[in-house]
Design a protein around this ligand. Structure first.
Ligand code: ADP
Ligand code: MG
Length: 435
């Protein structure tokens, strides 16, 4: 709050309703970062960035100062201290500095006699915000720090104004003493607690996604150990034969060739495994889809073999380019293929087939299995977080996959009926042809 101190304007005659309306409007501005976060980050598999905080706080500051409740007495009430504190808390010192500059420029532009008071108040509250934000990150008593921030940002402006404009404060005492704490204490408390809640929910969700990934990686690892043992046995056998020295050079060369081929294949599977076990990095780039699917199929073959399921894929002849994050794409393919294998475990001659074809600027990836299938009720719940029908399922595989597909501007559809199998159809937009 600060004083535009137009002495001719008085607070008398201002009804309670317009004041409440203004206060509510300011609280709404104070909640903007929370609302924007929930809308924008709801679908993403990343948490908020500093740029997001800078952008939303700047906008919020601008709006709250533009629509500040300037009651007849010429007072500007807004939630600048709330925004500033929040910005420093979640966006760091840099964000605070940017907001400070924005505030100063805009405040100088607005002008008025309250400008000096506003700057004095800010000289005190800005370092205090930095100090409280630092304490907040270190301390266990976060509630009390938010409480102290709210009280300080209510008392400091009142005190400064009391010193510089005692008459004004005294004549509108009740009004100031009521409105200031509501703006600042309630504003800060609401924004920080709600935002924190959303952020920690998101963190939990991201952690679950990583757990799900770890689980998929573990399952695949178990089958890999099996897969790697076979070529090793083969190679060992050939080496023993070569060592015995009883074979002609021609045969020995052939043994060496087979051994090398086996080792190359094993090496490739292992490096694929290492690439899916890395943490997910959701950056977008141009990708050749067929090669990505080929390597995931290669990797999942051991998992399919372990369950006696035939995993096959029909690849297009020409390369198919899409744009997306390779790590996320591989992970989502692993999820779909793993589900298809798990669904076909108990059927006779279980098979999972993957088909890729281009269709009107889009590429379709079809993952078909002849497994247990799903009924309409199960189908309607697909993709919901934690929905799983498996004993040791997490119900996060499809949630993650659906989100990752959406992030690539793609879509998924599914056809399934109990006991006859399931077809998942993933459609992704093709990338522009020039590299
Ligand atoms: P999880 O595999 O841990 O159970 P997912 O999110 O990967 O979690 O899958 C959620 C549920 O969707 C599975 O538990 C299963 O009931 C169903 N489901 C997914 N894919 C298939 C499929 N190909 N065939 C039958 N059911 C499937
Ligand atoms: Mg799964």
């Amino acid at each position: 709050m600060d004083n535009l101190a137009d002495d001719s304007i008085s607070n008398k005659g201002v009804g309670l309703l317009p004041v409440i309306k203004d206060v509510l409007l300011q609280l709404l501005f104070a909640l903007m970062p929370f609302v924007a976060y929930n809308i924008y980050y709801r679908k993403l598999t990343v948490n908020y960035s500093r740029n997001f905080i800078i952008l939303i706080c700047s906008l919020c500051m601008l709006l709250s100062m533009t629509f500040a409740s300037s009651v007849q007495s010429g007072l500007i009430f807004d939630v600048r201290y709330v925004i500033m504190f929040f910005g420093i808390l979640f966006g760091g010192f840099m964000t605070g500095a940017i907001l400070l500059i924005e505030f100063l420029i805009y405040r100088l532009h607005i002008g008025g006699s309250g400008m000096i008071d506003a700057i004095i108040i800010l000289i005190i509250t800005f370092p205090l915000s930095v100090l409280l934000a630092t304490l907040y990150h270190k301390s266990k008593h976060k509630f009390w720090i938010v409480f102290i921030a709210g009280i300080s940002f209510s008392l400091i402006p009142l005190l400064v104004l009391y010193i510089t404009k005692p008459d004004y404060i005294l004549s509108h005492f009740i009004f100031n003493v009521l409105v200031m704490p509501v703006h600042n204490s309630l504003g800060i408390w609401l924004l920080v607690t709600l935002f924190n809640k959303s952020v920690s929910d998101k963190e939990l969700y991201l952690q679950y996604i990583q757990n799900e990934k770890a689980e998929a990686v573990n399952h695949v690892a178990a089958s890999l150990a099996h897969e790697v043992r076979n070529p090793l046995t083969t190679v060992l056998g050939f080496l023993q034969l070569i060592k015995s020295g009883t074979f002609p050079q021609e045969k020995t060369d052939r043994f060496l060739e087979i051994s090398m081929e086996e080792i190359r294949r094993t090496e490739q599977i292992l490096s694929e495994y290492l690439s899916i076990s890395k943490p997910l990095v959701p950056f977008q780039q141009k990708l050749e889809l067929t090669a990505q699917i080929r390597s995931v199929v290669e990797l999942m073959t051991s998992y399919a073999n372990m369950s006696n399921i035939t995993l096959s894929a029909d690849y297009p002849e020409l390369p198919v380019y899409i744009s997306g994050s390779p790590a996320e794409l591989k992970q989502l393919l692993v999820n779909f293929i793993k589900n298809a294998i798990e669904a076909s475990r108990d059927v006779d001659k279980g098979c999972v087939n993957i088909r890729i074809y281009e269709e009107a600027e889009q590429v379709a990836i079809e993952i078909q299995d002849n497994g247990i299938g799903m009924n309409p009720e199960q189908l309607s719940r697909l993709g919901s977080i934690y929905y799983s029908t498996k004993m040791s399922g997490t119900g996060l595989g499809l949630t993650f996959s659906y989100q990752a597909i959406r992030a690539m501007d793609g879509s998924v559809s599914v056809r399934s009926s109990p006991r006859s199998g399931t077809v998942f159809l993933i459609t992704l937009p093709l990338a522009a042809t020039d590299p």
